[in-house]
Design a binder for this molecule. Structure first.
Ligand SMILES: C[S@@+](CC[C@H](N)C(=O)[O-])C[C@H]1O[C@@H](n2cnc3c(N)ncnc32)[C@H](O)[C@@H]1O
Length: 330
């Protein structure tokens, strides 16, 4: 029976289970669900075409994986020692931090786990080009004022799209300046708005203009056309929805990148509202915390940005039978 395996972001297995609805089995952060892959926000990686492979021995396991393809990455949840012995017989896959600005890896990368002593679950292809969706960068510990820039770089890397030099960017909730640092480094003209101050050396970067103001008090008509609106304001998602709605109604913003931040329980309802917005995408980045990133790109500028959106008609309720009931993350 067709099934899909989803790897939940660390600490957010329950969010993924909620989003999927019908789940057959949960093993650590691996969530098994019936049917073909579904677009979900709370997944770090999706095993797109997993298969159960019966193995006779360690060598047999390695040979069966190698017969499917070259590059494999192990997500070990059970029988760890035996799984590592199989892994040793496979070509080594290095997952080193990548330099900022490097395109995502191109070679096909599979993921596998030793589910039972003699059963491998393996998927030759995955949704993320990075091993287990772990987008690790060589960090710049000198120039940016915090690590928030990693979220933006991860998004630009995955989208293979970023603002061009001279683009007009609005960075709402931009203090202390991580995102503004990224945008100014790309040569953009950035208007940064926050109630808190911007770090002076970021404020002094060429192209940066800073206003100490509430993002909700900013009148779009005063700002004029914007190529990219970024919003990382610490606020409830329903308030962000109203802010985005205001700028959408204004009609002069070409691209949106906004963080939905959850304080306390995850607001699934508002998250679903964001993702239902035609042509947009909602994603949990590896560098996100208890938050999701919502992206809406201009179709003419980015014709290949055609995100799959959740099927609001409900998921296939087929039952895998051999799997048990969902459990909490280990
Ligand atoms: C996570 S921080 C943003 C980090 C920033 N993106 C960076 O890269 O440095 C959230 C920001 O939201 C700001 N904030 C909260 N309420 C705000 C409001 N009403 N208007 C503008 N900024 C607000 C906070 O002052 C804080 O700087």
């Amino acid at each position: 029976m067709e099934f899909t395996v989803y790897l939940a972001p660390k600490g957010f297995t329950n969010e993924l289970i909620y989003e999927l609805g019908d789940v057959a089995e949960v093993v650590d952060r691996l969530v098994f669900a019936p049917g073909p892959p579904r677009p979900v926000a709370w997944a770090q990686n999706i095993w797109l075409n997993p298969q159960r492979i019966q193995i006779e021995s360690i060598s047999d396991g390695a040979n069966k994986l190698k017969a499917l393809q070259r590059n494999w990455s192990l997500w070990s949840v059970r029988h760890n020692r035996r799984a590592r012995l199989i892994e040793e017989q496979l070509p080594a896959v290095r997952s080193k931090p990548v330099a900022i600005g490097t395109p995502p890896p191109r070679s096909p990368l599979g993921a596998w786990t030793l589910l039972e002593r003699d059963v491998i679950v393996a998927s030759p292809s995955c949704s993320s080009p990075f091993p287990h969706g772990e987008v690790q960068f060589m960090e710049n510990k000198i120039d940016p004022p915090n690590r928030a820039y990693l979220k933006l770089w991860e998004l630009f890397t995955l989208l293979e799209a970023a603002p061009k030099a001279e683009s007009v960017c609005l960075d709402l909730g931009g203090s202390p300046g991580g995102w503004t640092w990224v945008l100014a480094s790309l040569g953009c003209k950035v208007l940064t708005v926050d109630k808190a101050p911007l770090e002076p050396r970021i404020e002094n970067m060429p192209g940066v203009d800073y206003r100490m103001l509430s993002a909700f008090a900013l009148d779009p008509r005063e700002v004029g056309p914007v190529d990219w609106l970024f919003c990382d304001v610490a606020c409830y998602p329903d308030r962000l929805w109203r802010l985005v709605d205001r700028w959408r109604t204004f009609g002069k913003v070409r691209n949106f990148v906004c963080t939905l931040k959850f304080q306390g329980p995850t607001d699934h309802e508002t998250a679903a509202k964001f993702w239902a917005f035609p042509g947009s995408r909602l994603v949990h980045l590896f560098n996100n915390k208890h938050e999701l990133t919502w992206v809406l790109l201009d179709k003419e500028e980015f014709p290949s940005f055609a995100p799959e959106q959740p099927d609001t008609g409900g998921a296939d309720a087929a039952n895998l039978g051999e799997f048990g009931m969902p459990v909490d993350e280990a």
